[in-house]
Ligand binder design. Sequence first.
Ligand SMILES: [Zn+2]
Length: 495
Amino acid sequence: MGEQKSIVLVTVDCLRADHVGFMGYQYPTTPFLDSLAAESFVFPAAIVAGAPTYYSFPAIMASRYALALGRDVLGLAPDEPTLASVLKQAGYATASFGAANPYISAQFGYDQGFDTFKDFIAGELVPLATEKVDGTGNDWASRLNRRLQKARPAWGTFGRVYDELYFQYCQRVTPVANSLEGLRRFPAADVIVDQACQWLDSVPSPFFLWLHLMDPHSPYYPTEKALALMGHDPVTPFRARYLNSYWNRSDLGPRRLARYREQVTALYDAGIRWVDEQMARLIETLRKSNRWDNCIFVFTADHGEEFLDHGGRYHPPSQLREELIRVPLLLRVPGARKEVVRSPFSLLHLAPTLLDAAQLQIPASFQGRSCWPQVRQRASYDSIAISECVAGCTNPLRQETRLGPRILSVRESRYKLVLHFDPPSEHLYDLEGGPGEQAPLDPAAQKPARRRLLEIAREHLRQSLLSRNKRTRLRARLRDLRLEWARSVPPSSAI
Ligand SMILES: [Zn+2]
């Protein structure tokens, strides 16, 4: 038995699986984690239970599908058992340090079970829309542009020329910060790891530490040091903002955006490299205090990121492609045999698997189950991964956007079925052969696989309704209503 094992969980926003070294990436984004992978379980097909952040984290923290309590419920329900609350009850010291992602803030229940919860969010929550340098201000050029845009559809080719000129004009006249740091929207990984190390100094074992890092999240403004570590020349703040603004243009199609794809990806990659650097520092701190040898370490992501793989950018809930739902997953458990596990692994099973590895009881409310016995024995486990989201919900802080139609993907090792409900469509992809995800299989092809995955999708939807915990749902809705009410009443009148 020995001493109870501590757990460190690191989640990185927007980190797609194929951009880390231990998953075969060609650039040196993760040299430290690659060395750690040699003594860890690495899951080549770890699949999130939903994307983006708000459809993924209920599964990571509470082993529950995000839509299981209803599409209108966001985040964790009050008193819902979570990885943190179970560990706290078992006597763990618990802390979370997150780089200001509003969707996993205390307002949505993510502080549950944490003695210390710091999310670097000050004031009111604002959605994570990507910045625009597009003259939405009130200067004369912006006003003129708004007027011209109304007539814009009739202009044809000249319209495109105008868009280009106006974009270039805005870039030149809008003042820019004098360093990349001045442009950054979120605290970088070193800030979060500093806080974590300080906290680690102050608590006894066992402990549970959750870090959520935003370095690869758009807008892509890495640290200068990370760019140098990746072997890139320095990028001026003007250039970095130019690339981000260009990448964010809504008037361009994939072909013209592709012009800067590599440069934008290089900025994203440098964000990953900074995370890797800080992981080395965090683990060095644990080693120095003799805690590493008894520490379970998990490194994963809440979803990936699109770089025009299928024409898209960022991580909207619209397609559930592999670049969005497949994430790195590295699990280091001291004393366990290290073998690569090949089957798909849904992050729904992560929390119960961790609790099992730490020899703790799994709450009955968890929808996932422990795969620890199979992972440890290198045996195969039932390998279906379901991911879901609400189409087009890019700002979940607005209630009405949460109620769109669901998108569902059912993925096994080889085949993946993606279901849209409005308008209804059903596409089966062969991930190992032919055009992969570039084109669905002919409706007449692979009928047994199609039938099998459809049946799983149907059962998932049925269970989603049948097993819905009405009391948990009600508590979550009441919490949301209180939040909405608080937002609509100015503080001065709330006496
Ligand atoms: Zn996210």
